[in-house]
Design a protein around this ligand. Structure first.
Ligand code: HEC
Length: 208
C-alpha cells in the first residue's frame, strides 16, 4: 500500500509538470509533437489530401499563444492582406437568385473524401446561422441572419462588406470561425451571388 502511494504521487507530479510544459511551450517542441500526432492520425483519401492539415499564416496567427500587442498587430496586417485579395464579380452584379441561394445555404456536401473531385459544394450556412423562419434546424455559432437586408438596407457599402464577409470572413476578423468560401474556392462566384440575394432580396424569405 505504501509503495503504491509513493508511485502514484510521483506519477501525479510528472503529469502536472508535463501539462505545465505544454502550456508554456506552445509554439515549440510540444506543438511540433501535437501536429505530428495529428498528422499520424489521418491519411489522404481522394481529394482530401494531407495538405489540409497545414495552417496558413492567418490560421497560425490565431492558434495557441495568448494575445500580445505583437500578435494583435500581426493579425491586423494579415486581415489587410486577406481584404486586398477579395474578388468582386467582373460584371459588377452582386445579386443572383434567392431560391438558388437557399439551396446553397441548405447544402452541406462537397470537398469531402467521399465527394467526387470538382463536384459543386454547398455552403452549409444553416450549420451556424438561423437564416429563414421556415427552417427550424440550424446552429448558432454565428449570429442570426433573419431579416438581414431589411434591417441593414442595401447600400453599396453594406452589400460589398457582406460579399467580403462571405468571400473571406477573416478579412474582417482574423480569427473568425466562418469558412472562407470564396478565398478557399469552396463556393463559386455565382453561388455567392445567390447567397447575397438570399440575404438582400426583398422577396427572399429572409426578409419577410
Ligand atoms: C462554422 C460556422 C459558420 C458557417 C458554416 C457560416 N458562418 Fe457566417 N458567421 C459565422 C460567425 C462565427 C460569424 C460572426 C462573425 C465572425 O466571427 O466572422 C458569421 C458572420 C456572418 C455574417 C455577418 C453577420 C452580421 O450580422 O454582420 C454573414 C452575412 C454570414 N456569416 C453569412 C454566412 C453564409 C451566407 C454562410 C454560408 C455560405 C455562412 N455564413 C456560413 C460562422 C459561420
Amino acid at each position: 500500500m505504501k509503495t503504491w502511494l509513493v508511485v502514484s504521487a510521483g506519477a501525479l507530479l510528472v503529469g502536472v509538470a508535463g501539462c505545465a510544459a505544454v502550456a508554456v511551450d506552445n509554439d515549440g517542441a510540444a506543438r511540433g509533437r501535437a501536429v505530428a500526432l495529428m498528422k499520424g492520425g489521418f491519411q489522404a483519401n481522394g481529394q482530401a489530401t494531407m495538405d489540409r492539415l497545414d495552417q496558413d499564416a492567418i490560421q497560425q496567427a490565431c492558434d495557441g499563444a495568448a494575445d500580445t500587442p505583437q500578435r494583435t498587430a500581426e493579425r491586423a496586417a494579415l486581415e489587410q492582406q486577406q481584404l486586398a485579395a477579395v474578388k468582386f464579380p467582373a460584371d459588377g452584379k452582386l445579386l443572383g437568385s434567392f431560391a438558388a441561394g437557399e439551396k446553397v445555404a441548405q447544402t452541406g456536401v462537397g470537398l469531402q473524401w467521399s465527394d467526387k473531385a470538382g463536384s459543386v459544394a454547398g455552403g452549409n450556412c444553416y450549420a451556424c446561422h438561423q437564416i429563414t423562419k421556415q427552417e427550424v434546424s440550424f446552429g448558432n455559432i454565428g449570429p442570426s441572419l433573419l431579416q438581414y437586408g431589411k434591417l441593414r438596407g442595401s447600400s453599396d457599402a453594406t452589400m460589398r462588406s457582406t460579399w467580403t464577409r462571405i468571400y473571406n470572413a477573416k478579412a474582417y476578423n482574423a480569427c473568425s470561425n466562418m469558412p472562407r468560401f470564396g478565398h478557399k474556392g469552396i463556393l463559386t462566384e455565382q453561388q455567392i451571388k445567390d447567397l447575397m440575394a438570399l440575404l438582400f432580396d426583398p422577396q427572399s424569405p429572409v426578409n419577410q
